[in-house]
Structure formats: C-alpha cells, structure tokens
Design a protein around this ligand. Structure first.
Ligand SMILES: [Zn+2]
Length: 61
C-alpha cells in the first residue's frame, strides 16, 4: 500500500491525506473532491486526484 500525499498550497510541504491505496486501485478509482485538515499549516484544503501522488510506505524505491 502507498500513502496518498498532496502538497500543501500554503507551505509547499507534502501532507498525508489519510488515505492509502495500492497502485492499481489508485489508477482506477474515482476520487471526487476531498477535504483534509492539513498537518502542515493547520488549515483545510480541498484536493482532487490530479493533485495527489502516491508515496510508498516503507517499501524503498
Ligand atoms: Zn496546508
């Protein structure tokens, strides 16, 4: 599984969205707009799939 990450629009830092997917699921799933409480700036952000990327969780590249 990989963690779904976005970049905070305020700080530019990577923020974990709280969602995890494996790669095939992420390719196929339909994600609408999602609201997260940002762990970087503390504000709330709306993100969509094109804003997100997967980060492998402890697997090494
Ligand atoms: Zn933020």
């Amino acid at each position: 599984m990989a963690r779904v990450m976005i970049d905070c629009p305020e700080t530019g830092e990577p923020v974990y969205t709280g969602m995890t997917f494996d790669w095939p699921s992420f390719e196929n799933i339909k994600i609408g707009q999602r609201l997260i409480r940002c762990s970087s700036c503390g504000d709330e952000h709306i993100w969509k799939r094109p804003d997100a990327r997967l980060e492998e969780d402890g697997g090494g590249a």
